[in-house]
Each structure stands twice: as C-alpha cells, then as structure tokens.
Ligand binder design. Structure first.
Ligand SMILES: [Zn+2]
Ligand SMILES: [Zn+2]
Length: 705
C-alpha cells in the first residue's frame, strides 16, 4: 500500500516502546514532539506526516486510514508542524468506517460522472449503515447500479491517491462553475472571501472538508444497494434528484456479513412479519403512524401488559386510568405548551368558541396566537401522561407516610412525527407507554430507581433479551441550565450510577445527556443481528413538582417538595412489540404466541376427537384453532406453519383411539403419541413458566428455515 506523502524516513537514532526513534537528517530542521496514545513522546522533524508517524510507531500494516491530531480528524497526509498528539484511526473503528463511507460516496460520484457525463453531483454523506449521493441526472433503475458498482471497483483498483487541495474563493468557484448545486453550497456556506478545500482523486474532484482515505484501494469492498429519488435540500419545491445508496466495509468478510445481516433484517422486518402474521394494521384512512392492533397482535400486547402489571403490583404500584386529552392550561403549567407545539397534534377548540371566533372573522393565525397567549382555551391530545398523574397526586393532601406513591398506567399519548419519519410500529404518532410516575422523598430516590431497574431485568431475562446496555445521562459540569440543587443532583446521579451498576451489564456514563430537570437511565437492546434499539427510560425529575407546586408534610411537620421519577422502561407497547417481532423473527415463546396450538385432523373421521381436544385446551385458557377441513395433511401443515403456532397438533386414527396427540414443532421436528393429559399438563407448565422457546418437542435436527 502506498502512502500519500511518503518520504524517505529520517535517520534512525534510537529505540523506544513504539519501535524506532526518528530524527531528521539534519539538525537545521526544527524538531517537534509528538505524543502517542501510550504516552510515549517521540521527536520528529517538523513537516513529518501523520502516516509517517503512525508507520513509525505501528509498522506498515497499521490498518489506519486517517488520524486524529490533538483530537481533530485529519488525513494521513497531514503535515505536523508543532508539538501535538497523534492517534491513528483504524478502518474498523467507528470513526474509520465513517471516513470509509464518506470516501465511498466520492467514489460513487466519480463513477457516475464518468458513466453519465451530464450528471451533476450535489451532496453525498455517510449515513448510519452506509452512504448515499444525490445527483441531478435522468432517472436510472436498480438495474443500472451494477455497471456503476463495477466502475467503482475498477477505479478502486486503479488506486489513485486522494489529495486534499486548499483553494481560495475564486479558484474554488472556477472549479465548480458548471455545477449550480455546488455553487449554491459555496455561496451559502462560505463567508465572503473565504476559501475551502477540494479532494481530488485522479482528474476528478469534489468540494469537501475531509478527511478521506489516503488512496482508493481502501474502497474495494463496496456494494450499491438501491436507488430512489430525493429533492434538492429536502425541499419539495426544488429539483428532483436521483439518490443512490451503497455500503462499504474495510474487508470482504465484513461486507459479506453486513449483506447477510441486511438479508436477515429484511426477513425479520416487523412491518412485513406484522402483516404476514396479522399482528397489526395501519390504515391510511385512520391516519399515518396510528396502529390498529388486530386480534392476534392484541394477544401479544395483553400478555405483555399482564406480565408487567403483575410485577408492578408486586412492587407496590397503583394502577390508574386517565383520559386522552387535557386542557391547554394544564400543559402551560407543565411546560409542554406552547414550547413543544411542533411535535404535537394541533389543539382542539370548543365548538361554541370556534363558532364565535368564526363569526368575528378570526383568521387561523389569529387563532394560533390567541391560544399561544392563553387568551382562549382548548384541549390537547396528551403528549405525556405526567401532568395527569401529577393531578392525581395533588388531589389529596400528602404526607411522608404516602410516599413513595407509585402511579402506573398503560397510557396512550400522541406526538406529531414528520411523515417521513414514521415507520411501522417503531416510529408512530400514537402510542401506549408502559408509564409510571413515582412521587418520592429525596432519600427514596436510590431505592426506587433500583426497583425500576429490577423490573427491566426480570422482563428482559424472561424474553431472552440478554444483550442490552444502559446509558446513564448526567449533567454537564459547570452549566447553569439545570433545575434543582447541585447536591441533590449529585445524589440522584449516584443513585442512577449504582442502579446501572447493579444490572451487571455494560453501562456508560454520558455527561451532558441528562434532561434539564434530572439525570436518567436509558436502555438499549442489541438484537441477534447486531442492531441496537433504544427502548425506554427511567428519569429523575426536580422540575414538574416545582411547576405544579407539589408538597407533602414531612415527619418534622414541615411541608416539603417531593421528587418525581418517570419511568417507561420499554418505551411503548408499539415499539416494544415491534422490536420483539424482529427479536423473535415472529417465532414467539408459547406464552406470547397468538394461537398456541393449531389442531389439524388427518381426515373427516377425526373431527370429533379434534373438537374434544380443542375444548379441553380452551378450558385451560390455551389458545387453539381447529382445521378439520378436507385439504390433505401436507397442504394443511404448509398453510398453518405460515402463522407460526407454537405447536401443530396432528390427530389421526391412532391418536383418536389411544387418546394421544402428535406434535409438530416450528422447525419440522415431531413427537408422536403423547398421552393427551400429559400434553395438556406439560403445555400449561411451559406457558406458566413463560419458557423462552416451545420445548415439548425434543430437538432432532437443524431448523428447516
Ligand atoms: Zn468528502
Ligand atoms: Zn412522565
């Protein structure tokens, strides 16, 4: 591999931890001190590049594609001119992958402009799973991607050096005068008279601040995935562009495993499985982002709610119910209105008032202003359950004996997500939080936070979600934007830390991630294909008790302010079930499976026995469905396995005569002639134990699918 800006190494004068100790050939050159990640300080001639320093320290196979110099990302070719610290960026690191993706976007633009000479590149960022680039060009189809990808691989093989070039304003503009999009960026972003940089590979160049890979051979492992359309600057009034998406990885193996994970993700996609398994429905006529839970999906939700409720009761929570709307004044007090208006459905205005305003010729914008200023009142779909629960707290005089007061509700809230953001069950406009608010004394925070965490652990364990981590959001030191006393914050932060610690899973502290009203704990689940899902949160709050002037009488006879803890550890039922569908790939544990047993008869003659078995199971509250139709047994099995029952119960001559059942598991494994009574007992045990997988059929082979 050729490194850009590689020069003959200076004379070797000694050794150290990192390898060789270098010094410039002549003492006329001035020397600089470069600090390496292990603390070693090496002396080099001024003007040495990052690449040379890293090669010196780690050898030529260092695997880095850029570096940070005093914490700022730089190209490998960057010359060092003063004392600094240098850390290599590995191509496999998070920063490295980002640079790889961004560099691949440039390569894509080069390939497209070479294949389609009229195409104009606009912008091309790295994104979470890869990169895209938007072009002004005639529409293309997925079929065209193959040729573009081939061109990219060809260019990568040519291995041009990627050069950073600084240009003054005039030169910059002359480089891009053929491209009005780049000109618009230059005119918008650049202060008058300021220059910028371009990155050049071969004859092709792009406007960019970098950093980039040192050479194109780093970009061998690319795959273009899709093409769609986009508007210039996301503005529907502006030009329509062609957007090409792609993936890039540092190695062939990494690319293959990414592609495999994407395939797996498609199979597990809860939007597809939700439809196939008839779990939920979204109807344009009802509204975007509003989930209709169908009977089968509702079973999953109800089972989960029952399970969570059981543990809430055990932990001393009280169930409450509150309405879906509240007056604007309530949200003025809580602070949700008018400040978070753009993320809420518009307010509702009473119809008599609406008529009066209309008669007075009030315009829409006047109406909005009247609401904002508080001159008229209205109602809002609730964006949060907290204000309602606060009102339950303050409905009575409270004393320290009432605390902690734990109010739980599966409360439905409404938020206005942009239509482009809405997706399946995981980004919606109406959702039911597994919400609760705890009103506690300062001293009770630690124990109550711990209680919230315990519940999460129990439920994750039961669902086999063992791979999760916890983020503790702390305040930014020395900032004055937070409400509450500093000492109180210290205690609450410690409580969050030790609760997180008690889980025994990976956890991190994140300074500056606390809300202005209190520290918090977030839960992030990693699924089997490595994707992370942010679920819910436990949040300490010093603000709402203040805003609503909540009080309790202490055992000292004085009035004190309680602290609130908001907790919705699974986020919402919609999101949680969406994640669970993908986590289980639709193959739920028996206790969550919508229809646990599909009873299938081999022929007409076994109808009666089938009905008898079904009745016995139903008596035990086991969910069954009977297929005693005329189809062949093979056809029935193929049809029913699509719905992923925990068991197919196959009944024929032998079973009816001996009062037994034969079971077929999801993977095709079978067990024959189980005595009926034993089957029912075992199945009930499996369900009440909430086994994470069906276990009545011994595993005999690898799964069929
Ligand atoms: Zn760039
Ligand atoms: Zn809340």
């Amino acid at each position: 591999m050729e490194l850009i800006g590689w020069r003959r190494p200076p004379r070797i004068v000694g050794h150290n931890l990192w390898g060789v100790f270098l010094q410039s050939e002549a003492s006329v050159m001035s020397m600089i001190n470069v600090t390496l990640p292990d603390g070693t300080i090496n002396e080099y001639a001024e003007g040495i590049t990052c690449a040379e320093v890293i090669t010196d320290a780690l050898g030529r196979k260092h695997g880095c594609l850029a570096a940070t110099v005093d914490g700022v990302e730089k190209d490998m070719s960057t010359k060092l001119t003063s004392n600094c610290s240098v850390v290599g960026i590995l191509s496999t690191s998070e920063e490295g992958i980002h640079i790889l993706r961004h560099s691949a976007a440039h390569l894509l633009a080069q390939a497209v402009t070479e294949l389609y000479p009229g195409a104009l590149p606009t912008i091309g960022p790295a994104i979470e799973r890869g990169f895209y680039y938007d072009f002004k060009m005639d529409p293309i189809t997925e079929a065209d991607l193959k040729a573009i990808q081939k061109k990219m691989q060809f260019l990568a093989k040519q291995n041009a050096v990627v050069e950073r070039i600084e240009l003054n304003e005039e030169d910059l503009k002359s480089h891009f005068e053929h491209n009005p999009y780049k000109m618009e960026i230059i005119n918008d972003k650049l202060e008058d008279g300021a220059g910028s940089t371009i990155y050049k590979q071969g004859e092709w160049y792009d406007l960019c601040l970098g950093p980039h890979v040192p050479n194109l051979s780093r970009l061998m492992f690319v795959k273009l995935t899709s093409v769609s359309s986009a508007y210039w600057r996301g503005d529907q009034e502006r030009e329509q562009l062609v957007r090409i998406y792609g993936l890039v990885e540092p190695t062939k193996d990494a690319l293959q495993s990414t592609l495999k994970n994407i395939e797996e993700a498609k199979k597990r996609d809860h939007r597809k499985l939700g439809k196939d398994l008839q779990l939920f429905h979204i109807d344009e006529e009802v509204g975007q982002g509003l989930i209709l839970w169908t009977p089968r999906g509702s079973i999953i939700r109800q089972e989960l709610q029952d399970f969570i409720s059981f543990h809430l009761r055990r932990q001393g929570y009280s169930q409450v119910f509150t309405p879906h709307v509240g007056k604007l004044d309530l949200y003025r007090t809580s602070g949700h209105f008018p400040y978070y208006q753009e993320s809420q459905y518009p307010p509702l205005v009473e119809k008599d008032l609406m008529k009066k305003l209309a008669d007075e010729g009030c315009s829409c914008s006047e109406l909005a202003n009247l609401m904002k200023s508080g001159d008229i009142d209205g109602y809002m779909l609730k964006p949060m359950n907290c204000p309602h629960h606060v009102k339950i707290y303050s409905s009575q005089a409270r004393s320290y004996r009432d605390l902690p007061l734990r109010l739980a509700e599966f409360g439905t809230v409404y938020r206005w997500e942009q239509s482009g953001e809405i997706s399946g069950m995981t980004r919606v406009r109406g959702f039911t939080q597994d919400d609760a608010h705890l009103f506690v004394t300062e001293e009770q925070i630690a124990e109550e936070v711990l209680g919230c965490i315990e519940l999460v652990q129990i439920i994750f364990d039961k669902l086999g979600m063992t791979d999760y981590r916890v983020r503790v959001g702390l305040r930014e030191p020395d900032s004055d934007k937070y409400v509450g006393q500093s000492e109180a914050w210290d205690k609450a932060e410690d409580a969050c830390r030790s609760a997180a610690q008690s889980l025994g899973v990976e956890w991190t502290e994140e300074e500056g991630e606390a809300a202005f009203y209190g520290p918090k704990i977030d839960f992030v689940v990693r699924d089997v294909i490595g994707r992370e899902w942010q679920l819910g949160t436990v949040q300490v709050d010093y603000n709402l008790p203040e805003r609503f002037d909540l009080l309790y009488k202490g055992n000292d006879g004085e009035m004190h302010r309680p602290v609130m803890i908001h907790r919705a550890p699974f986020g919402s039922m919609e999101r949680f079930v969406g994640v669970l569908i993908e986590h289980f790939a639709g193959k739920f544990p028996t206790w969550l499976t919508p229809t646990q047993c599909h009873i299938i008869t081999i022929s007409e003659k076994h109808k009666q026995y089938a009905q008898e078995v079904a009745d016995l199971l139903k008596e035990k509250e086991i969910r069954v469905l009977v297929d005693d139709g005329d189809d062949t047994i093979g056809k029935k099995i193929r049809t029913h396995r699509k719905m992923q029952p925990a068991y197919m119960v196959i009944l024929g001559e032998g079973e009816a005569e001996n009062r037994t059942v034969s079971l077929r598991a999801r993977n095709g494994d079978q067990v024959s002639d189980l005595p009926l009574d034993q089957f029912i007992d075992d199945l009930m045990t499996e369900i009440s134990n909430k086994e994470s997988q069906p276990c009545l059929v011994p595993i005999q082979q690898q799964s069929e699918d």
